[in-house]
Design a protein around this ligand. Structure first.
Ligand code: ZN
Length: 464
């Protein structure tokens, strides 16, 4: 996703004019969204209405609200230029038009409220949107096999933190998201014959005239993703009160019966293992599906309540189990404990990498995952890199964020003691459960849980 310097400069100017540079005001929000959508996979379109109910839980009034529409961040990756989510109308709850500005190629929207949103009040904003589905490239669109994956097709309130509204342009590295959790009530109609899933709990499936309507409730989700395919094979596992639902397209290379079972077993194991270490998985459903495009392992992805796993015909099957553990770990380090993926991506990627290796050990694998991470972390290009830098500032993103992040936690664990360190990590999760954490929060947890004998490790890895 290339962003021009010119565009960045323009956006900074706009942000300054809008007076959103500082975060001196006490603004906090609860978010509830209702989405009603009609999906036409063959026509490559989806139209939807989104009702956003935003309650001001801070002590200052808000005159404007900023929203992200993260699907549009994939534009630079589209094989064709025809992909877009277009917002055609923004109105208040009474249907009166609201002024809004679209920027960052449709990723960012500033909506002016008709009247200030006072503390305790709720603003209703209605968006009318049209999704034009591109050929799938990376993680968004329709694959040649007919797998449709639509992460982030919806509007999502930007985070207001100590720096003000998060309007930073997206970096070229990393996943680019930053969000609080929200509740979603999603209704989607699609032609008969398609199987759909989203990262929530399916409430109902209703046959209408040639169309099937599905409703999902997604509570405490940090994002929304919809997947659809004609060929899905469904798998199911039960882990405590959580249902692991697999939707796999056997037409995709590598998606064999044995591989599907392997991924389902791994996902179920990970939920139990991480639940014991970091707190019970927070949702009733975890959806697992195949990454729609088989080009490399980086096509695997985490969403809040849904993971995609890359199936590789060539790779050692242990790699697939490992990737499943990594993506499942993001349900804790991204989903339950959120972070700014632009500013401090190590808080989800480094932690998920570390947790994934722990899980692999508990699974009984002798895959040399620590050694692989240590080699990458010690590579000449990154050996002095600090893990907590923004996504764009690492010489080699993968090694600096994933591998050095993983090794930072491993060295802390070795120094503090395994049980003690995992207890600290469990406490960090509890303290920031369904919130947003920073490196400072992690350091505070370490400092409270140790007697100061890890300063050398912290100094090596973390820029204070
Ligand atoms: Zn990851």
């Amino acid at each position: 996703m290339k962003r021009t310097v010119l565009l960045a400069a323009l956006l900074l100017t706009l942000a300054a004019l809008a007076g959103c540079a500082g975060g001196e005001r006490d603004l906090a929000f609860e978010e509830r969204y209702t989405i009603d959508a009609d999906l036409d996979p063959e026509g490559r379109t989806m139209t939807y209405t989104q009702r956003a109910e935003i309650t001001n839980t801070g002590s200052d009034s808000a005159e404007e609200l900023w929203f992200h529409l993260y699907a549009n961040m994939y534009k630079g990756l589209f094989q064709t230029e025809d992909g877009d989510v277009w917002v055609s109308s923004v109105t208040d709850g009474a249907g009166r038009p609201l002024s809004y500005e679209r920027s960052q190629e449709g990723v960012l929207y500033r909506v002016e409220l008709g009247e200030p949103l006072a503390p305790g009040g709720t603003a209703v904003i209605l968006f009318e949107c049209t999704v034009t589905v591109p050929d799938l490239e990376s993680k968004y669109g329709m694959s040649p096999d007919g797998d449709l994956q639509l992460p982030g097709f919806n509007l999502l309130l930007a985070v207001y933190d100590e720096n003000g509204w998060d309007t930073d342009p997206l970096p070229e590295e990393g996943d680019g998201r930053y969000a609080h959790t929200a509740d979603y009530d999603v209704t989607v109609r699609a032609p008969e014959g398609y199987t759909l899933a989203c990262n929530g709990d399916e409430q109902s499936v209703t046959a209408l005239d040639g169309v099937t309507e599905r409703r999902y409730i997604c509570r405490d989700r940090r994002d929304l993703v919809l997947i659809a395919c004609k060929n899905y094979v469904r798998r199911e596992r039960q882990v405590g009160r959580t249902r692991v639902l697999g939707y796999f397209d056997p037409a995709v290379a590598g998606v064999t019966e044995a591989a599907m079972d392997q991924v389902m077993d791994a996902a179920a194991f990970a939920l139990g293992y991480f639940g014991g270490l970091f707190g019970a998985y927070p949702h009733d459903t975890l959806v697992v599906t195949n990454a729609a495009l088989g080009t490399n392992f980086a096509q695997s992805m985490e969403y809040s309540g849904l993971i995609t796993v890359y199936f590789d015909l060539e790779a050692d099957p242990t790699a697939r189990t490992h990737i499943t553990f990594h993506e499942a770990a993001h349900q804790w380090f991204y989903g339950a404990v959120g972070n700014d993926e632009n500013e401090e991506p190590w808080l989800d990627e480094g932690f998920a990498d570390f947790a994934g290796v722990l899980c692999l050990e508990a699974w009984g694998s002798d895959w040399p995952a620590w050694e692989i991470a240590a080699n990458a972390a010690g590579a000449e290009q990154v050996k002095d890199d600090k893990v907590n830098l923004p996504a764009d500032e690492h010489p080699v993103y993968q090694w600096g964020v994933y591998d050095r992040g993983c090794m930072c936690l491993k060295e802390l664990m070795d120094a503090v003691g395994r049980e003690e360190f995992l207890a600290i990590l469990g406490g960090y999760c509890r303290d920031h459960w369904m919130g947003v954490a920073t490196t400072a929060d992690f350091l505070a947890a370490i400092e409270a849980g140790t007697d100061g004998d890890v300063e050398d490790i912290l100094a090596e890895y973390i820029q204070k």
